[in-house]
Design a protein around this ligand. Structure first.
Ligand code: SF4
Length: 165
């Protein structure tokens, strides 16, 4: 896809814009269970230096592994408005960490002039268009994760890795 310029490049050629991507999609083991979910095409982009991997949950201060968390009472947009919370399976409110991670993701897009992101489906941070419903029963509802909601609000184009073929 021709994205081959690193953020610290000194080339006089015009740099391709970087994509922000969920760190787990390039194989970084930052998922709640210590796993990752590498995506072939995104890994290819990463080897060309075209992506900036970031995990909002780790970036927000949560450890790996960590108890799984879901948005309760809405989606990421509702969390930003203060109408919904992010709660882990042990009942601990981790909304502050999720909001901190989302803000860090936004700062990265501004720092590197990033206009697009490819983030991991169904995550309470990174999910695009669909997340779990807060009951830890595997039920999905329409909605965005917290980081996705903030990035969209700030004009970043966000797609899920399932849209990248
Ligand atoms: S928060 Fe996003 S980047 Fe981090 S593990 Fe979950 S889906 Fe991957």
């Amino acid at each position: 896809m021709g994205r081959n310029v690193r953020p610290d490049s000194v080339s006089s050629e015009k740099a391709e814009p970087l994509l922000l991507v969920s760190a787990c999609l390039v194989g970084i083991p930052c998922q709640y269970d210590g796993g990752s979910c590498p995506h072939d095409q995104i890994q290819d982009l990463a080897t060309q230096g075209g992506v900036l991997p970031f995990c909002p949950e780790v970036g927000g201060g949560l450890p790996t592994p960590r108890p799984p968390a879901e948005v309760r009472g809405g989606d990421g947009h509702d969390v930003l408005e203060g109408w919904a919370r992010v709660v882990n399976i042990e009942g601990k409110d981790v909304t502050a960490e999720f909001l901190a991670g989302a803000q860090k993701a936004l700062r990265l897009t501004r720092r590197w002039d990033i206009k697009e992101a490819i983030l991991k489906t169904r995550s309470p941070s990174c999910g695009v268009g669909q997340i779990y419903d807060g009951s830890f029963s595997g039920r999905l509802v329409e909605g965005d994760g917290v980081t996705v909601a903030l990035l969209k609000r700030e004009g970043i184009i966000v797609r899920s890795e399932e849209e990248v073929r």
